[in-house]
Design a protein around this ligand. Structure first.
Ligand SMILES: Nc1ncnc2c1ncn2[C@@H]1O[C@H](COP(=O)(O)OP(=O)(O)OP(=O)(O)O)[C@@H](O)[C@H]1O
Ligand SMILES: [Mg+2]
Length: 518
């Protein structure tokens, strides 16, 4: 049975057509994957189904009834819920409070045997109902834990609970696995299958084609706002999907040449770097490493083992309690980002919207942000508009960034294209050293291939690179040496050329090689 059907659904932003006469059907009880390049129009389509955007023309049918949503509340009451990539939870409230936000259960206030008309929240009942739901879906979380104390994977489950509590039948996930660790992704798939078993319909947007193959029943491919393919998953393959999406074969295996860098000069040196968090725990503990000229050093680890804090230390966001950092022999410890950039360290931050871009500023302004004082653009303290726009044109062309309107703000860009703005800006700065965190998070496969080749290209010009990523294959394909972090420390180092996933996996779990223990 068709549960959702769109008929010639179209969305324009000004003159730009983001969705162009989309005809798509989703069957009840299936897992439907939606794939397509960055900027293809996937999120736009979902936002229309969820009542966040109004279609310009065309219709949406739910169970054969034509609907028109004014807000997500309308969509919810029609049985449609959506989990966004950036979660919308209140960190200081408990799991159950977040689930019930806006639909609190009330009871009459009682003193002795008398009950008054004054109503208070029935916390006991709220916890009970949320616990029942947790039990039904076998989510391993605690109803009374505070959101700020639980992992990203657990937070995603709270988002799912929010929808289940409101009895939605259709759950939309926009790139749900982009922020999850490999272990959390496995659990997420278990959840998806459980939801399906309970009769729910699922729409899943993802850039990871192996996920599509593993979990979906059917897949719709979107390109430049149009549906260009619609098939049962069992009748296709990752390779065929990639070819359809990008228009050519995508080789995710990079051509990497391994060299011995140990005799090359040391460009970047981190010495006994340590920092403590608000609870006095050493989140980065005595970390030391060197990166030689032209070398790529990767940092692997299960998320939450100090990688983010180490990155914050190296990029001027967090202060070290002890330890030093040197670039080409010059100390750069605790430099703030502007000074780091002046010292020729380029930064691709972990969280693109919080640290890499300003959503409310223009695309061209973001393209020079951090480098806006450079002589080529700025004279006597004044930025040349013409030069700024010329630069934007150049980089949009070079990095194949898809923008609907060049004069627009960053908020008008799709997630992957926003990431490309940072990549273009930082690579263009001609750095001596690049600190790259999760450089391909949320970007499409064509762009991953491009970014990987660009990183190797930068390496070939003799630049040194520190790569931190939760994608183990990315770390393994690009690095020369891999350091593994565990509980704030570097627990081991492996030579990337001969490393196995298993060997790194053990280190990520905190198990050292036997001869290290002697
Ligand atoms: N509010 C907006 N104003 C102007 N243009 C927009 C707006 N929202 C989206 N767009 C444009 O519509 C196109 C489709 O964007 P959308 O976010 O749907 O892409 P996507 O397929 O989800 O991409 P990604 O994989 O990068 O998330 C993009 O070119 C984007 O720049
Ligand atoms: Mg999107």
């Amino acid at each position: 049975m068709e549960i959702i059907k769109t008929a010639n659904l179209t969305k324009m932003f000004g003159d730009f057509t983001a969705n162009d006469k989309i005809n798509m059907t989703v069957n009840a009880g299936e897992i439907k994957a939606i794939v397509g390049e960055n900027g293809a129009g996937k999120t736009t389509l979902m936002n229309m189904l969820y009542g966040l955007l109004k279609p310009t023309t065309g219709e949406i049918y739910i169970k054969e009834n034509k609907i028109s949503f004014d807000s997500p509340t309308d969509a919810m009451s029609c049985g449609i819920g959506m989990v966004h990539q950036h979660f919308k939870l209140v960190p200081s409230l408990a799991v159950y409070e977040n689930v019930l936000l806006g639909t609190e259960i009330e009871k009459k206030h009682k003193i002795g045997k008398k009950s008054f008309s004054l109503k208070i929240i029935d916390e006991k009942q709220e916890i009970k109902e949320v616990e029942e739901l947790i039990e039904k879906y076998q989510f391993q979380i605690n109803a009374t834990d505070l959101i700020k104390n639980i992992s990203v994977g657990a937070r995603q489950k709270v988002e799912i609970l929010k929808m289940l509590y409101r009895n939605v039948e259709i759950l939309i996930f926009d790139e749900p696995t982009a922020v999850l660790t490999p272990q959390e992704i496995e659990t997420f798939f278990v959840t998806l299958r459980e939801l399906k078993k309970q009769g729910k319909t699922i729409i899943l947007i993802t850039h990871k084609l192996q996920e599509v193959m593993e979990v979906s029943d059917s897949v719709t491919v979107i390109k430049q706002g149009k549906v260009i393919g619609d098939m049962l998953t069992k009748n296709t393959s990752s390779k065929a999907l990639a070819r359809l999406m990008v228009g050519r074969d995508v080789l995710l295996k990079v051509d990497k040449k391994y060299r011995n860098y140990s005799k090359k000069p040391v460009v970047y040196k981190v010495e006994n770097l340590t920092t403590i968090n608000a609870d006095n725990i050493k989140v980065v503990n005595n970390v030391s490493f060197e990166i030689h000229e032209g070398e790529i050093v990767g940092i692997a680890g299960v998320e939450g083992n100090g990688q983010s804090e180490l990155l914050d230390l190296l990029t001027g966001i967090l202060k070290a309690t002890s330890g030093k950092v040197y670039l080409k022999g010059k100390e750069v410890s605790n430099f703030w980002p502007k000074k780091l950039r002046e010292s020729k360290i380029a930064i691709i931050p972990e969280d693109r919207y919080a640290q890499g871009l300003c959503l409310d500023m223009l695309i061209c302004e973001n393209m020079i942000a951090g480098y806006h004082g450079n002589k080529e653009i700025c004279k006597y303290g004044l930025i040349s508009q013409k030069k700024m726009l010329d630069k934007l044109d150049c980089l949009i062309e070079d990095y194949d960034i898809r923008v609907s309107e060049k004069g627009g703000k960053i908020s008008s860009l799709s997630g992957g294209n926003a990431q490309k703005i940072i990549i273009a800006r930082e690579f263009d700065s001609d750095p001596d050293m690049l600190v790259a965190a999760q450089p391909t998070r949320g970007v499409d496969i064509g762009a991953i291939e491009y970014i990987h080749n660009s990183i190797l290209g930068l390496q070939n010009t003799g630049k040194s690179i520190l790569l931190v990523s939760s994608e183990l294959s990315e770390i393994m394909n690009l690095s020369d040496r891999i350091l593994v972090m565990f509980k704030g420390e570097i627990i081991g180092e492996v030579d990337a050329k001969n490393a196995t996933r298993e060997e790194i996996g053990y280190l990520m779990a905190g198990i050292r090689k036997e001869n290290d223990d002697e």
